[in-house]
Design a protein. Structure first.
Length: 334
């Protein structure tokens, strides 16, 4: 299961990480894509698409989403690493040790390109891909978003049929908003759907910047005739209190369904979400949020998934985009 610590990287040393070594001479299986493809399972191919979509997942995230135990997961992840399908790094901590962090490797990116009939650059993969993620100043933020959504995808009280990254959300709604993620969460019996945009606030910038995003969400709702809640997960109780005070009037004026939470309250499947307007007697679970706003509608529809007409064809065309399901096609497959 993913770590239960509300902070994804407690005690990490800034801009420091270790890398495991591969053999100096790669095996033929790493360079021959046709042969490599025969060694990959549907779950492996799903993981390649997930890492392309979400940039980085820890071994805890991947175990929770796709495996029955850490030992089985770590063994397969190690094999994929030595095939070149995945890259990995381990951030250094001031105390204790961090889990292995996985990114898309060159062979994985080449497989994506080959399946789509395009060249490798169309995937956005570069030789320094792993290092750029490992030393990115936004690594904490990315891991925080992915940890929160992994909890929603794997808890027994929720299901997560849709999980789009910041990049995919921007592809669809970038004319209006740039959320950190977009998701659909439901109860196990799928009776209540909570579509939502997610803003993951680490407290690194002032509240005015968050408030300035709200008119964009209102414009999106008006333009598309949808009503999709915005969930804002903050860095702590004081930050959440200040944020709610700052946003209350603007959210009411724009008629936006907004709920907030903070890292000190537990996992996102628990009753940690507090709507702004109208405010209930207490905090709610995602399923209860869906009931609290009976008139909400998802921004993501079937027509949203239609790809834009390609301006370039052939192997120089961009990589076709399709949403990646948050769970593998056959959970627990070998």
């Amino acid at each position: 299961m993913p770590t239960t610590d509300p902070h994804p990287n407690p005690g990490y040393v800034p801009r420091a990480a270790s890398r495991r070594r591969r053999p100096a001479q790669p095996s033929r299986a790493r360079t021959d894509l046709a042969q490599l493809a025969t060694r990959l399972t549907p779950r492996d191919l799903w993981l390649i698409r997930m890492l392309h979509e979400h940039k980085v997942l820890t071994s805890h995230h991947i175990t929770a989403l796709a495996f029955t135990g850490h030992r089985t997961a770590n063994r397969r992840l190690r094999e994929l690493y030595f095939m070149g399908v995945l890259d990995s790094f381990r951030p250094l901590r001031t105390r204790g040790s961090a889990p292995e962090h996985y990114t898309l490797g060159r062979a994985g990116a080449e497989l994506l390109a080959a399946q789509a009939g395009v060249d490798l650059p169309a995937t956005g993969w570069r030789k320094d891909n792993c290092a750029s993620v490992a030393f990115s100043p936004t690594l904490d933020h990315t891991l925080g978003v992915n940890t929160l959504l992994t909890h929603l995808a794997t808890h027994t009280t929720t299901r997560l049929p849709v999980w789009l990254s910041e990049r995919s959300a921007t592809r669809l709604w970038g004319d209006w908003v740039h959320p950190d993620a977009y998701a659909h969460t439901t109860a196990p019996d799928a009776t209540r759907l909570l579509p939502c945009f997610l803003e993951y606030d680490t407290g690194s910038y002032n509240l005015a910047r968050l408030e300035a995003k709200l008119p964009g969400y209102a414009a999106l709702a008006a333009t598309t005739a949808t009503r999709t809640p915005l969930l804002i997960h903050t860095a702590g109780t004081r930050r959440e209190t200040a944020l709610r005070h700052r946003l209350a009037d603007t959210a009411d004026r724009l008629d936006l369904p907004i709920a907030t939470s903070n890292t000190q309250l537990g996992t996102p499947t628990h009753p940690i979400w507090l709507p702004l307007n109208p405010s209930p007697a207490g905090r709610l679970t995602p399923t209860q949020l869906a009931a609290h706003w009976p008139d909400i509608t998802p921004a993501l529809t079937d027509t949203s998934l239609l790809p834009a007409p390609a301006t370039v064809s052939g192997r120089n065309a961009p990589l076709p985009w399709h949403p990646t399901p948050p769970r593998p096609p056959v959970p627990g497959s070998a």
